[in-house]
Ligand binder design. Structure first.
Ligand code: ADP
Length: 319
């Protein structure tokens, strides 16, 4: 391939820039022209495209967000939108595209691959909810951000003998909740993957309080919601002052951690290697620490197991 594109699509994630940089630098080192397609599939439909030279991706590896912007694009969900995008690729000489995003973005990448423009998906989402890979770009940074914020809430909760109910991101996946819960010593972690009972949590809090514990953290994943109601119920039934905090989008920002920068670099590099061989309709990911690639349809149909043992351990370690 002589010319390839890279786009970021769906929700942003820290580390996406490292992947964009890796795609640009790998492509350029192989003698390709690399273009950044701005604002996801919108840029492809509208021809919002800029050439990325080696210097244009300088100084971005350490920045959160994505320098080529990201967006959702309703038009691309229709066949007519995909055909427009294909025409724009042909007009601009773009022979392959690296799509950095989540499941939805990969569906779009599969559609475009089927129209003859090979696309490689790179998992970029803080939620780690892509089944074919152990790790998605942004996950580590988001968890570290959430952990630091929960630590701060823990300081104030312990000073005031309070219970802090903290909602972390993860609409469809409780991995951020589980790991931050372990890392911050939460008395309970509530996620959509596991059944839970507020009464059981209250009983655990009461036992811990009788044992001298004066402050409590409960981590709730976004998919559960209801943090305010959970805090109210705990306060009403235990008499412990309880507050709900929704961490929200602050978890998406910030300087990517070393892990996010390194994994994003590897995944971006490998994606270009596949395009160079004319291979498309694949998603790259990590398995046992190694980069692998899987057919997009197969990747989308895979189910990710929730680490139930870790969940049980989290429960045992706090009392
Ligand atoms: P994510 O990639 O993070 O899962 P979305 O689900 O919002 O985020 O998808 C991002 C974009 O990918 C959408 O705005 C749309 O342009 C494209 N997309 C999503 N689903 C499809 C689909 N079924 N077919 C084609 N394109 C899709």
């Amino acid at each position: 391939m002589k010319k390839i594109g890279v786009l970021t699509s769906g929700g942003d994630a820290p580390g996406m820039n490292a992947a964009v940089r890796a795609v640009a630098r790998t492509g350029i080192s192989k003698g390709m022209e690399v273009v950044g397609i701005l604002r996801g599939y919108n840029g492809l439909i509208n021809g919002d495209i800029k050439t990325l030279d080696a210097r244009s991706v300088s100084g971005i590896i350490q920045n959160g967000g994505t320098c080529i912007y990201t967006a959702r694009c309703l038009e691309f969900r229709e066949k007519a939108g995909v055909l427009k995008a294909k025409e724009m690729c042909i007009k601009n000489g773009i022979e392959g595209i690296v799509v950095i995003g989540g499941d939805g973005s990969f569906r779009g990448a599969a559609d475009l691959s089927a129209e003859g423009i090979p696309c490689i998906g790179v998992p970029g989402t803080i939620d780690n909810d892509i089944s074919m890979t152990e790790y998605t770009i942004g996950y580590d940074t988001a968890m570290n951000t959430a952990m630091e914020l929960i630590d701060k809430l823990n300081d104030t909760a312990s000073s005031h003998d309070r219970c802090s109910v903290v909602e972390v991101m993860g609409r469809r996946a409780g991995y951020i909740a589980l790991n931050t819960g372990i890392a911050c010593g939460a008395i309970a972690v509530i996620t959509t993957e596991m059944p839970y009972s507020i009464d059981d949590i209250i009983a655990k809090i009461s036992t811990a309080r009788a044992g001298g514990k004066n402050h409590f953290i409960i981590v709730v994943s976004e998919g559960i919601g209801n943090s305010e109601a959970i805090a109210r119920e705990i306060q009403d039934k235990t008499g412990i002052e309880s507050r709900a905090t929704i961490l929200g989008h602050v978890q998406r920002g910030g300087r990517p951690t070393l892990r996010d920068r390194v994994e994003a670099s590897k995944l971006g590099y490998y994606a270009v290697e596949l395009l160079e061989q004319g291979i498309g309709n694949r998603v790259v990911g990590l398995k046992d620490g190694h980069v692998i690639d899987v057919d997009i349809q197969e990747a989308l149909s895979m189910k990710k197991a929730f680490p139930v043992e870790d969940y049980k351990m989290a429960d045992i370690l706090t009392f």
